[in-house]
Design a protein around this ligand. Sequence first.
Ligand SMILES: [Zn+2]
Length: 124
Amino acid sequence: MPYKDIPCPLQSGENAELLLDYASRKLTAVQRMAIDQHIAGCPACQRFRDGQELLWKSLDTWESSNFKPGFDMRLEERIAADSRLPTWERAVLWAQNTPLKPAIPVAAAILLVALGLGLRWLWQ
Ligand SMILES: [Zn+2]
C-alpha cells in the first residue's frame, strides 16, 4: 500500500510511528514524500508536525548551548588523568566524594555486635 493512501495516523491510531519517524527525520525519501502529501491535506497532522519540529529545534538548541567547545576533550583528559592515579589515591578520592553518613548507623551496629561478642568471649 502506498504511504499516501494510509489513513490519518492521528485519527486512526495506526502508523503513529510514521509521524514520529517523520519528525525525527528517520524516514526514507519515498516515505517522507508520502507523509508530506498526507500532511498537506490534513490540518491535524500539520499541527502535530509543527509541534514536533519546534520540539526538535529546541532540542538542537539545547544541546549546542549547554556545552562549551572542547567539553568532551577536557572530560576525556580528566578521566584519563584520574585513571593514571595510584589505587590508594583513587580510593581516597572515592571516599571524599562518597557520602558516608548513611553508613554510620550500620558501622555502629556492627561495632556493638563485635564488642558484645568480644565481651562474651572474655567472660567464658
Ligand atoms: Zn493526518
